[in-house]
Design a protein around this ligand. Structure first.
Ligand code: NFE
Length: 499
């Protein structure tokens, strides 16, 4: 039997994503991912002062603005030929690390966990935990007024199987609420050096405008300690519980096994080594990255055929196009980007912290490295990298020096161009700026979710998420929870993807 299954809008992600599945005899035979709107940030920047760039471009997204701000100042620093003092690098790493913490916790608890957790178990809670009792009392009120529970914010939720044990369901549900406090804390940590969050105010070419003092250092340590504690206990426990009980998801949602990552978290400027290395991994073979091999294809994207990596001209009526997302390709190949790409590329390069984290996970769970290429592997990779990032963030805070500057001065040249590459929480992010007569003449971004949620290209090759959905068994076409779990494992952000 052939069926069409549409997830539109796919909820509990950022932005507007529609996924259309063809299902034959209960299995996905093909998938189409559509970014459902056009935004035009690249056009907005044309003709403006380059100094506006890092502020305006952060508005692409409220989830990962730090990454867009960083890519923009990196591109400008390359264009202006200026360097950044050590404090500037450290502060940028600290705010990016806090953004990872915020983003990964949000993704697991507030976007994905409801695919695995039966929140209605709280109605039968008999214990004394005050948070769970509060949730129970609210749930009973909701249930009484609508005869339906779960209710918002836990809806919409596809029906499916959930964690078996009451204890686990209630544990993750409780942490759903604790995670809200952690998200606030991570934003406060960013704000100490970023001025505010989302959309940090302090990022400028040459460094950051915020100064370092002993009070801020002490406050950052205190906030990070609470975050680290949550990550090492609750987040770890909950991810591993879901991974253990839904172990079949180590075999589904497998991608092309093609990964790409830029360098992430450099401590000391362009020549220093990063926390996570760049690279391209295809079928287990590691290559060094060549940015010139990145192209954007538009055969099925709503852009003119003349659009490419350097040009973006919308064409809403384009025949056969089904997405506002372009199709980035590396040497013609689709690439998965994100935490799994970072972890596998660092592992292949024998990065010591990554080797320890991954090997320890494999040893305690009996999984293989190949299992990580999966829906559940993406969740695990997110947790594994966060443990590494949060530890390193403490070292960056400790290395701040109140007696040293945080920014270097600069002049904007009449004409210049620059490239800014960064690893956002969801993966490889690139910004390219061109300046003529002191104004931006061209600005282009290639964004993580543009890679992952891209449509087919001119060679009819599916995007990474489209490919990962193929072959998925769908038990109930009215509740395609299996597909939703795979889609959410990529942590898609459509606001970013269409930018
Ligand atoms: Ni809008 Fe983002 C991250 C970037 S995703 S969340 O992470 O850049 O494409």
């Amino acid at each position: 039997m052939s069926q069409k299954v549409t997830l539109d809008p796919l909820t509990r992600i950022e932005g507007h994503l529609a996924v259309r599945l063809s299902v034959d005899d209960g299995k996905v035979s093909s998938a189409q991912c559509s970014g459902e709107m056009f935004r035009g940030f690249e056009q907005i920047l044309q003709g403006r002062s380059p100094l506006d760039a890092q502020q305006i471009i952060q508005r692409i997204c409220g989830v990962c603005p730090v990454s867009h701000g960083l890519a923009s100042v990196f591109a400008q620093e390359a264009a202006y030929g200026i360097s950044v003092p050590q404090n500037g690098h450290l502060i940028r790493n600290i705010i990016l690390a806090s953004n990872y913490i915020n983003s990964h916790i949000t993704h697991f608890y507030h976007l994905s966990a409801l695919d695995f957790v039966d929140v209605s178990e709280v109605l039968n809670y008999q214990g004394k935990d005050s948070l769970l009792l509060n949730i129970k009392s609210w749930a009973q009120d909701e249930f009484a007024s609508t005869t339906l529970f779960p209710a918002a914010p836990f809806l919409p939720q596809y029906a499916g199987t959930y964690l078996q044990s009451t204890e686990l369901n209630l544990g993750v549900l409780k942490n759903y609420f604790v995670a809200l406090e952690m998200r606030a804390l991570s934003h406060q940590l960013i704000s100490l050096f970023g001025g505010k969050m989302p959309h940090v105010a302090s990022l400028v070419p040459g460094g950051v405008t915020e100064k370092v003092d002993a009070k801020k250092i002490a406050a950052s340590h205190a906030k990070l300690q609470k975050l680290e504690n949550f990550i090492r206990t609750s987040y770890k426990q909950d991810v591993l519980a879901v991974a253990s009980e839904f172990s079949e998801y180590f075999s589904s949602g497998k991608g092309y096994d093609n990964y790409l990552a830029f360098e992430a978290f450099k401590e000391n400027g362009p020549s220093s080594s990063p926390l996570f290395p760049e690279g391209v991994l295809t079928g287990g073979n590691l290559e060094s990255l060549s940015v010139s091999a990145i192209e954007e294809r538009v055969a099925y994207s709503r852009y003119t055929d003349t659009s490419n990596r350097h040009i973006t001209i919308p064409d809403a009526e384009k025949k056969d196009a089904y997405s506002w997302i372009k199709a980035p390709r590396y040497n013609g190949l689709p690439m998965e980007v994100g935490p799994l790409a970072r972890i596998l590329i660092a592992y292949k390069q024998k990065d010591p912290a990554t080797l320890t984290a991954v090997n320890s996970f494999l040893a305690t769970t009996g999984r293989s490295l190949d299992d990580l290429n999966s829906c559940m592997g993406r969740h695990v990779a997110r947790y594994l990298e966060l443990e590494i990032v949060v530890k390193k963030c403490g070292e960056w805070i400790a290395a701040l020096n109140p007696n040293e500057p945080t920014a270097h001065p600069f002049n904007i040249p009449r004409s210049a161009q620059g490239e800014g590459l960064v690893e956002a929480p969801r993966g490889a992010l690139g910004h390219w700026i061109e300046i003529k007569n002191h104004k931006i003449s061209r600005y282009e971004c290639i964004v993580p979710t543009t890679w992952n949620c891209s449509p087919k290209d001119d060679a009819e090759t599916f995007g990474p998420m489209e490919y990962a959905l193929k072959g998925t068994a769908i038990a109930d076409a009215d509740n395609p929870i299996e597909a939703a779990r795979i889609i959410r494992s990529f942590d898609p952000c459509l606001a970013c993807a269409v930018h």
